[in-house]
Design a protein around this ligand. Structure first.
Ligand code: NAD
Length: 474
């Protein structure tokens, strides 16, 4: 499969040739690895129709559980070829691609568990005098057709985070994967169909986001949009979705605060991975490191030594830690933002150069908050250093962002940890851990410009079901 990935549209359980195609390019070699069919508006219609008539909602909990467990098993069985495909499509270093494939299997397994425990509760209606003589309960029902729109950076596991809970809850999905990385999503659709999903349960429409994505978002029979991607596109989706349910998993410029020295070595190592894994193209990558002045020099000395030792190379090589960005256009954007910061008085402690689509791991000091490298989502192997003297001041600075996805705090004080938990305006606070920490069952999502709603199978199932009440007069 990875040698010859499916490259057509997947609608109603069938592979369909599109009238037009577009290339998918290996960002490391620059070679075209496939020409993929591009869906058009009539196929949006066909896919929504197929999804609506899939019969997913009549599968039993046991059937949905078995389907999702079979998918998880198949992902594990084919992990080597899926990993290779992921590396070729994204240039994600092998070690991180393999971890993503493993996580995708976990995501399906966690969702399989949820398929067996969709439930409601009984209600104390006689707590109100007029409720006397009434018995009430509610249950959760599938919404129907869900449109899923996904980004390039975790093109397997983030698709899994949409498809698996949607199917667990008895919904069907029309997926629009990122244009740069549709092949792994098509491979996953193949696995789901092979595992026995009803035709139409999952449909995949590669193509242009602005056309297909919006057609799905506006479609009257789509009941929910689950989107992961940039703030800019998230805003457009929110404006066009009307009364549909919308989950938005958007960007961030995540901060980590290093307050105490007790775990300095650990903090240094985690920040190195958090800032530079997959060239920083991770929604919870470390973009801002806030250091207590008392430990800033010893942190930086170790951190810069670690950055210098990062192994650059072929993403297919298991030793490689850093490769190219997804495209030269992206690397050029980063170059211009960093140059703007340097012109404005920031200092590069290391890095600051671009070669084609490769951008050097870069550490910036003396950065002002209004600079793009600090205030916007960089999504690149670049990290900003800031020093502070007072912990509460550090919390304020971490909150000085239009985003709020996750934050990390290294401290040995329980009081400070709890203060951070209360004050930080984010969806998740990681204590003695980097903001990049995620395991797939946890509730994951942001506040402010980082979006609305939560993923993680249990929480996504709640978002993807409708609560319906039943009252019985006794
Ligand atoms: P993007 O916003 O450019 O694209 C995401 C998806 O939206 C793609 O499938 C694209 O084709 C589609 N799209 C583009 N324009 C559209 C429109 N007008 N209407 C509907 N759909 C449209 O994002 P990207 O560059 O692929 O991914 C990077 C972004 O994703 C970053 O901002 C990153 O932080 C974010 N992200 C967030 C999370 C999270 O869970 N919070 C996870 C991963 C990535």
């Amino acid at each position: 499969m990875a040698q010859n990935p499916e490259s057509r549209l997947f609608i109603g359980g069938r592979w369909i040739e599109g009238r037009k195609t577009f290339p998918v390019v290996n960002p490391y070699t620059g070679a075209e690895i496939a020409r993929v069919s591009a869906a058009e508006s009539e196929q949006v219609e066909e896919a929504v129709q197929a999804a609506q008539s899939s019969g997913m909602s009549s599968l039993t909990g046991a059937q949905r559980h078995a389907l999702l467990e079979t998918v998880a098993g198949e992902i594990r069985r084919r992990s080597a070829e899926l990993t290779a495909l992921l590396v070729r499509e994204t240039a994600k270093p092998l070690r991180y691609a393999a971890a993503e494939v493993d996580r995708a299997a976990q995501t399906f397994s966690f969702a399989a568990e949820e398929a067996r425990r969709i439930h409601g509760e009984t209600l104390e209606l006689d707590a109100h005098p007029q409720g006397l003589g009434h018995f009430g309960f509610y249950h959760r029902f599938p919404l129907g057709v869900i449109a899923a729109i996904s980004p390039f950076n975790f093109p397997l596991n983030l698709v899994a985070h949409k498809l698996a809970p949607a199917l667990a809850a008895g919904n069907s999905v029309v997926l629009k994967p990122a244009s740069a990385t549709p092949l792994i999503a098509l491979a996953l659709a193949d696995i789901i169909a092979g595992a026995g999903a009803p035709p139409g349960a999952v449909n995949v429409l590669p193509g242009k986001g602005a056309e297909l994505g919006l057609a799905l978002v506006r479609h009257p029979r789509v009941r929910m949009v689950t989107f992961t991607g940039s703030l800019e596109v998230g805003r457009t989706i929110r404006e066009n979705a009307g009364l549909k349910r919308v989950t938005l998993e958007l960007g961030a410029n995540s901060a980590v605060i290093v307050e105490d020295e007790n775990r300095l070595e650990e903090a240094v190592k985690r920040c190195q991975v958090g800032a530079f894994a997959f060239s920083g193209q991770v929604c919870i990558s470390v973009q801002r490191i806030l250091l207590n002045r008392k430990l800033a020099d010893s942190f930086l000395e170790r951190f810069l030594a670690g950055v210098a030792s990062l192994r650059r190379g072929d993403p297919m090589d298991p030793e490689t830690e850093i490769g190219p960005m997804i495209s030269e256009t992206e690397a050029r954007r980063v170059e211009s933002w960093v140059n703007e910061a340097l012109d404005g008085g920031a200092r590069a402690l290391t890095g600051g150069k671009r070669e084609g689509s490769y951008y050097e791991p870069t550490v910036l000091d003396q950065v002002r908050h209004e600079m793009k490298v600090y205030s916007r989502e960089l999504f690149a192997p670049v990290v900003c250093i800031e020093r502070y003297s007072d912990f509460e001041e550090a919390l304020l600075r971490a909150n000085d962002s239009e985003y709020g996805l996750q934050a990390g705090v290294y401290t040995e004080s329980m009081d400070k940890a709890l203060l951070a938990f209360r004050r930080l305006q984010v969806g998740g606070v990681m204590i003695n851990e980097y903001p990049t920490f995620r395991v797939d069952q946890m509730p994951y999502g942001g506040v402010k410009g980082s979006g609305t709603g939560r993923e993680g199978p249990r929480f996504a199932v709640e978002e993807m079901t409708e609560l319906k009440l039943c009252v019985i007069r006794t």
